[in-house]
Each structure stands twice: as C-alpha cells, then as structure tokens.
Design a protein around this ligand. Structure first.
Ligand code: BES
Ligand code: ZN
Length: 460
C-alpha cells in the first residue's frame, strides 16, 4: 500500500492554507534560552494547542518547572490498532546575529522554493508536517488509522532538562508502541533517510580566575599567571595533534559500531569535495583512520563553543585579565555518559591548571548517545512510506547532533524510537538564514500520512 491518493490530493488542495498556518507558528519568537521570550514560548505552546484541538485532538498544555509541554491525544482507532507517540519541539534557538539574516528571523519568507525563518527546519516545520498529515486523515476520513499522541516540548534547545521527569510522571498516559521523531535531516537532496544513531552531549562552562582583578600587563605581566593563557593551555591539552580527545579515560566506554553499520555507511554517496565547498574550508581535520562520516557519526568530540577574556574592544588595552571563561562541549557516542565525562574533564583540567589560577568545571546540560536497532515493522513501514512520498527508498544514516530525550523515551517507555527527518544538511539550523526546502516539507507530510496507514496495516 502506498500513499492514499485522497490524502495526497487533500494535502495538495490545502497546501496554501497549511503553509499559512506554519507561517503563523514561525512568527512566534519562541526562544527557550532567553527569559525575555518566556511569554512568546508560552504563546507558541498555545498556538499548537489550539491547532491540534481544532482538528480533533484532546489537548492539554502541561506546565513544567521550565517551559510547558503540549500533550495531545487521539485514541479512537479501531481496536488493536497501534498507538504511536510523535515527539517534537516548538522552541527555537536564539536568532542572533540578526544582521546576517537576509530576511528577518521571525518573518517567514519564501525564496527559490525555500522557506526561511528561525525554526523552519528545527523543528516547527517538521512538527507542522506531522500536524498536516493527521489533519489530512481526519479531514478525508474522519478518523486516524492508529492512535496518536503528540508530545511537543519547549525546552529541547536548552537540553530538555525537565522532560525525563515529565515522561516518568506521565508514564501510564504516554504508554505507546513506538515513538516517532522528525527533528533531523535527510542524507542529501532527494535522498530520504532513517537515522541509526545520534551522538550524546555533555556541555560545560570553564571559569579561570587568577589575580583578584584585571592588572596592568606591564607592571605585573611575566610574574603573575595570566588566566587567559592558562585556560588556553588547558584547552590546547584537550586534543592530540590529530584531533583525538586526550582526556584520560575519555574513550573507555566507547563501544565500537557493528561492522555491518560501518560497511553500510561506506556505501553512502558522500560528496567530500562538495562538503568542503559548502563550508568554505580547503581542508578537513580529525583522526586519520576514520572517514568523514565516521568522524561525524561514530566518534566522540570535545569542542570549544565560546571563549571570553580580557579586552576585546576597539584598539589596544594593555591588561592582564583577572579571569577567563570557555564554553566546552563533548559529543558522546555509545556507551559514554555525561556524568562520567564531567568527572574525567574535571580531573583533566585540574591536572593541567598551573599554580596561581583556579579553573572550575560546571556541567550545564547533557544527553545520552543513542543507537537504533533498525529491525522490525516500524522501520519497514517507514521505509515504504518514505518511498511512496519521495519516490525513492530511504538510506540508513548516522547523525552527529543530539536529541537528549531519545534515550529517555526508549528507557522509560520501553518502546522503539524512529527518527525520520525532512531537513537537509546546509539548511542553517541554529545559524542565520535557517530554511527548509518546501518540497521536502510537503513530502514529509505525505510520508507521515502514509506511515500511519502502513502501521495500521502491518501492526507493531
Ligand atoms: N534538531 C536538532 C538535533 C539534530 C541536529 C538532529 C542536526 C539532526 C541533525 C536539535 O534541535 C538540536 O539542536 N539539538 C541540540 C541538543 C542540545 C541543545 C541539548 C544539539 O544537537 O546541539
Ligand atoms: Zn536545534
């Protein structure tokens, strides 16, 4: 069975109105990281709540100590039909630097078949694809072929810290046969994909302090330790020359990827020259014995995300800064865990900190890595649904980014998780000029409409 023509035709007929809806969602600046946007984040939750209620879901917006969770349920499928939970997030990353946007971040704009706006690909557009798919079913047939729950949160971009306790508290209500998530990208244009893994994350802030304030670099320099230099030395010590993380014990828990997964990875048509061109770099980097895709998907990292110290204004100022700060985060692979990595990093930093300065390591947030077992009806149904909507079978791919809650769903609900995304590499998630390809957005909605029929037919 492929995509039901009546669903496809409903989606095509209502395309303009559906995209207008998405425009309204994208106009809400739901930046979860910024307290001044708290009301906007709440407004995005309300918008989604109203949208799902309008098409026939029983919806509740449930507060958390942070931003609310929108939980919507439709449980009227035929007896024995599977129950699926769709997860997504309605929060977005901060839009800065604003001056680098061609059109404003929260004024959705279409150019060349691309929809530009913060949240277009990550993740409002992909949530919209799911909403459009269920709306098509309900409008055409008055019913869904499976029971569906939507759990859409507002804190993914700040680490989903309140979501695991939420899932635990509502475990009974969230009981389902599978979780489906669209918050990722396809392998390449025209090539849909199903994810086989995600990296985890452990995010830290390093604060170096030395003298009790900024000093004259002539009067004191050379005799007093410079916290900026000390922090730079610590940062430099995090890697071997070829880019391998040099924190003692860091790789101890790394479980090799199965040979079959690695072999399959090598069959993917990865265009390394195109990758470099797109990024504007003339060389790549990293551990020599791994391919680029292996480095991105199967190897752990430690990256500096930000650095702050001393005088950075116009002209020169001869100062020996009293403090320095770095944001550092590690991408993790199975079976590394954020807590152990925190301990190891603390030990490493302590061992590389010179006398005269103090460097503290504070954990900000984290998430476990994840690897799928891609056998079973869920993945087969999805492969067929993608093929019918995109006109070609999906590839299996890994992913270097993180979605902290994926491991929690598996652990707390005991069900398989399917990651199927409709973005593309290069769509500027988290950066200025974020966009999503309108063709993929539409095909994503078609694919998810087909998926529910496939799952109803084969069961789970
Ligand atoms: N949608 C991304 C995760 C992602 C990125 C999937 C790239 C596939 C490709 C998600 O919104 C995200 O940005 N996650 C953060 C996690 C963090 C803030 C805890 C990430 O990966 O940095
Ligand atoms: Zn994101």
């Amino acid at each position: 069975m492929s995509l039901d023509p009546s669903l496809a035709s409903w989606l095509a007929t209502h395309d303009a109105r559906l995209l207008d809806d998405l425009g309204a969602f994208l106009r809400i600046p739901s930046v979860s990281a910024r307290s001044e946007h708290k009301a906007d984040v709440a407004r995005a939750a309300e918008w989604l709540h109203a949208r799902l209620a309008r098409i026939g879901f029983a919806v509740e917006t449930i507060p958390t100590p942070g931003h609310p969770v929108v939980l919507a349920e439709w449980r009227h499928a035929a007896p024995g039909a599977p129950t699926v939970l769709v997860y997504g997030h309605y929060d977005v990353q901060p839009p800065e630097p604003l001056e680098l946007w061609t059109s404003p971040a929260f004024e959705p704009t279409v150019r060349d078949g691309r929809l530009y706006a913060r949240g277009s690909v990550d993740d409002k557009g992909q949530v919209w694809a799911h909403v459009a798919a269920v709306e098509a079913h309900l409008a055409v047939r008055g019913a869904l072929p499976v029971n569906l729950l939507f759990l859409v949160e507002g804190e993914e971009e700040v680490g989903s810290v309140h979501l695991a306790p939420f899932i635990e508290r509502h475990r009974e209500r969230l009981r389902c046969d599978a979780v489906v998530i669209s918050d990722s990208a396809m392998f390449a244009p025209g090539i849909p994909s199903i994810l086989s893994s995600l990296r985890g994350l452990a995010y830290f802030e390093l604060n170096a302090t030395g003298p009790n304030g900024d000093l004259h670099s002539g009067m004191y320099g050379g005799a007093v330790v410079n916290p900026a230099t000390a922090l730079a030395r610590v940062i430099a010590s995090l890697h071997d020359p070829d880019g391998r993380v040099a924190i003692a014990g860091f790789h101890d828990a790394v479980r090799p990827f199965p040979d079959a997964v690695l072999a399959q990875m090598r069959t993917l048509p990865f265009d390394e020259a195109g990758f470099k061109r797109e990024l504007g770099v003339d060389a790549l980097f990293g551990e020599a014995r791994y391919t680029t895709l292996e480095k991105l998907w199967t190897r752990p990292t430690c990256e500096v995300n930000g650095l702050l110290s001393g005088y950075t204004g116009e002209g020169a100022k001869t100062v020996l800064p009293g403090k320095a700060m770095a944001k550092v985060s590690c991408r993790l692979v199975p079976d590394q865990d954020p807590e152990t990595i925190h301990r190891l990093l603390e030990r490493h930093v302590a061992a590389h900190t010179p006398a005269g300065v103090t460097i503290t390591v504070t954990a900000l947030h984290g998430g476990r890595p994840w690897r799928a077992d891609l056998s079973g009806p869920l993945y087969e149904a999805c492969a067929r649904a993608l093929a019918s909507a995109f006109g070609r079978a999906p590839v299996i791919q890994g992913e270097g980014g993180s979605i902290p809650v994926v491991g929690d769903f598996e652990r707390l609900l005991g069900v398989p998780v399917l990651l199927v995304g409709f973005g593309l590499p290069g769509e500027n998630a988290h950066a200025p000029d974020e966009w999503i390809d309108l063709g993929n957005l539409r095909n994503g909605a078609r694919a998810m409409a087909a998926l529910w029929d496939e799952l109803a037919r084969t069961g789970l």
